[in-house]
Design a protein around this ligand. Structure first.
Ligand SMILES: [Zn+2]
Length: 111
C-alpha cells in the first residue's frame, strides 16, 4: 500500500461522536490523516515531524525494494512476470503523489 493512498474504515469520530465512515490516507506506509465523512472533521496523525518520518520510511522502502522484488520473483515467478511491467510503470506516479501530499502539507503548515 502506497500512494497518497486512501482507504475507508468505520471509526468513532472524536468530534461528532458518530461511528461513521472515515477516509483514511496513507503516505507510503505511514498513517497520515483521517476524515469523518459525517461531519468532515479531519485528524492529522503524527503531525510532529511527519515529513522527517516519511523521508526515513521512504529511504527504507527504496533500499529494500530490490530484495523484495527478488523474493517475489523467486517465490511467485509467474505472478511477478505478469504484474511487474504495470507495477513498475506506476511507481513514478505513486511516488509523485506521495511527495506532493507531504510537501503540500508542509507548505500549508509553514504558510
Ligand atoms: Zn464526525
Amino acid at each position: 500500500m502506497t500512494v497518497a493512498e486512501r482507504r475507508a474504515a468505520y471509526l468513532r469520530c472524536q468530534s461528532c461522536g458518530a461511528e461513521a465512515l472515515h477516509e483514511v490516507s496513507y503516505a507510503g506506509r505511514l498513517l497520515y490523516k483521517s476524515r469523518c465523512t459525517a461531519c468532515g472533521h479531519e485528524v492529522r496523525h503524527g503531525e510532529r515531524d511527519f515529513e522527517g518520518r516519511y523521508l526515513l520510511d521512504l529511504e527504507h522502502r527504496l533500499l529494500t525494494k530490490p530484495g523484495r522484488l527478488v523474493r517475489r520473483a523467486r517465490y511467485h515467478p509467474i505472478a511477478f512476470a505478469r504484474s511487474f511491467p504495470a507495477a513498475a510503470a506506476r511507481q513514478p506516479a505513486k511516488l509523485r503523489a506521495e511527495l506532493r501530499m507531504v510537501l503540500d502539507d508542509v507548505r500549508r503548515r509553514r504558510g
